[in-house]
Design a protein around this ligand. Structure first.
Ligand code: COA
Length: 150
């Protein structure tokens, strides 16, 4: 699998970004100031992540997704490892990620990749999203913040 930067002439893969973030307007608020990386299987885009500088030495993965048919095959873990490597190359001293309280699999993956929970933004998804979000019968209300020192 190849992971490369989104080229300026390439379309933004909204279909993939929307898997991780159901609001196109929220995506629009960060995509143009972020660095988007695409994962290819042969010549087919199967995943992506977006990095943003939130502080001079802190990068945040603001969106990460793998195409449904390719999930559960280790691509997400490879994307997180690549994000960590890129953040180090960009001289960051920490990398952050946030996920919903209902995203149990994601919380497992991020902790397996060395992220630790640093805080909870209570009611973040109630305040910022018009539609209610549910995953496996759990309402997504709070943003769990995680960080890994580099
Ligand atoms: C979250 C996501 C990026 C993970 O990518 P992935 O390629 O499916 O993940 P991986 O195959 O690398 O799995 C990594 C870990 O996730 C967990 N996992 C994967 N599939 C799972 C499943 N079906 N059930 C439970 N846990 C699972 C396992 O803990 C696995 O660790 P392991 O390798 O030790 O078994 C992907 O599932 C996705 O795009 N989901 C929809 C969008 C999304 O939720 N984005 C994140 C928003 S915060």
């Amino acid at each position: 699998m190849n992971i490369t930067l989104l080229d300026k002439n390439q379309d933004i893969p909204y279909e993939l970004l929307l898997l991780a973030d159901p609001s196109k307007s929220v995506i629009e608020s960060y995509i143009h100031r972020g660095i988007c990386y695409l994962a290819y299987h042969d010549s087919y885009i199967v995943g992506q992540f977006v990095l943003i500088h939130t502080h001079p030495q802190t990068l945040e993965i603001v969106n990460i997704a793998v195409k449904e048919a390719y999930q559960g095959k280790g691509i997400g873990r490879k994307l997180i490892i690549k994000a960590i490597e890129e953040a180090k190359l960009l001289k960051a001293t920490s990398i952050e990620i946030g996920t919903g309280n209902s995203s149990i699999q994601q919380l497992g993956l991020y902790q397996k990749c060395g992220f630790r929970i640093t805080g909870i933004d209570v009611d973040f998804f109630i305040r910022n999203y018009e539609e209610e979000i549910f995953e496996d019968g759990i309402q997504c209300k709070d943003m769990i913040r995680l960080r890994r020192d580099l």
